[in-house]
Design a protein around this ligand. Structure first.
Ligand code: ATP
Length: 326
């Protein structure tokens, strides 16, 4: 493993603020350690279509503060087929790339895991997704920034909610995970969060209505994770309109503003640490691991664990939200 001379780097899946800071850190740490760096554009798609460029330190200048990803990102169906992955492997060989650093979410790491085992190819993953849904890491890159974006947006909506004495359902991202909804709700003093993790346990909207919306306040805001398990904010609002017409209900779907913007200090630092750690990992001979952070310590999490295990929601947070919304 000590013989790796050239690494490839890509970003894949949904973009997340801080991906650029990670690209910068991987590139600079690799060059610092005497490695050559090849940037792969558009995630796995660029591996198949051969969109590759050699990166030097100046290629990653002035990007630490930028949202999105300068490497672009894509969803690539072809990489899900053995034929597509064979083409990707041939591109890697053509460019002399001996190891990969893949930055992305659950799907990206699943693809990395399959590719690594098929071709016995060293890959290290970096968790870059606003959803914070990867097991084995306390935080993913982009999550903190997205949470802050949600906080600012909800604070603004609260002005209207209060002035008009309305009930607002605000939908936030999190297809399979309620981290953004739950922590966003705590950070903005919301009435409740409706999240996928407990969707099968109880009827969260029913409970909320049964207990009565906040009696001491003249408006209520509920954050809803966009997941099919919650039904989404529109469906919940329809249900309230039909069953409880006394409520003046409004819906806001925050959408893609949650993905954009300059990364927070926390995300920049996390991305820088994880990026540098990915090169240490490769030089130490690690493979098929995701860099994680647990109690502020960097750790290596096998792909199999990071992908397969559902990251549990902290029940204490649910209770805190419930207590503070009286
Ligand atoms: P986000 O959490 O932001 O959605 P993600 O990494 O989970 O990011 P996906 O679109 O799920 O985003 O996955 C990114 C890419 O990873 C896919 O477009 C595909 O190329 C690859 N990928 C995902 N699952 C597999 C799989 N089972 N086999 C091979 N490749 C896969």
């Amino acid at each position: 493993m000590g013989s790796i001379k050239c690494i490839g780097i890509l970003t894949s899946g949904g973009d997340a603020p801080g991906m650029n800071a990670a690209v910068r850190a991987v590139t600079r740490a690799a060059i610092y350690n005497g490695l050559e760096v090849k940037a792969i554009y558009r995630g796995y798609k660029g591996l198949i279509t051969d969109e590759i460029e050699t990166f030097h330190t100046q290629n990653v200048s002035n990007i630490i503060q930028q949202g999105g990803t300068i490497l672009k990102t894509a969803r690539c169906k072809e990489f899900m087929t053995p034929e597509g992955r064979q083409l990707a492997y041939e591109t890697l060989q053509k460019h002399g790339i001996e190891a990969l650093v893949c930055i992305g979410g659950d799907g990206t790491l699943t693809g990395a895991r399959i590719f690594a085992s098929e071709f016995n190819f060293p890959i290290v993953g970096i968790p870059g997704t606003i959803d914070n849904d990867l097991f084995g890491t306390d935080n993913t890159i982009g999550y903190d920034t997205a949470l802050n974006t949600i906080m600012e947006a909800v604070d603004k909506i609260r002005d209207t909610a209060t002035s008009h004495e309305r009930l607002f359902f605000i939908e936030v991202m999190g297809r399979d995970a309620g981290f953004l909804a739950l922590n966003g709700a705590i950070a903005t003093g919301c009435e409740a969060a409706i999240i996928p993790e407990i969707a099968t346990e109880n009827d969260q909207l029913g409970e909320l209505i049964k207990n009565g919306f906040r009696k001491s306040k003249n408006s209520s805001i509920v954050l809803v994770a966009e997941s099919p398990l919650t039904g989404g904010a529109m469906a919940l609002a329809e249900r309230v309109k039909n069953e409880y017409p006394q409520y003046d209900v409004r819906v806001t779907i925050l959408g893609h503003i949650q993905r954009g913007g300059s990364p927070s200090a926390i995300d920049r630092i996390l991305a820088s640490r994880m990026g540098a750690a990915s090169i240490d990992a490769l030089l130490e001979g690690q493979r098929n691991v995701m860099i994680g952070i647990q109690n502020d310590e960097l750790v290596y999490v096998p792909f199999s664990k990071a992908i397969k295990n559902d990251k549990p929601i902290n029940r204490e947070l649910l209770n805190t939200l419930r207590i503070l919304s009286i």
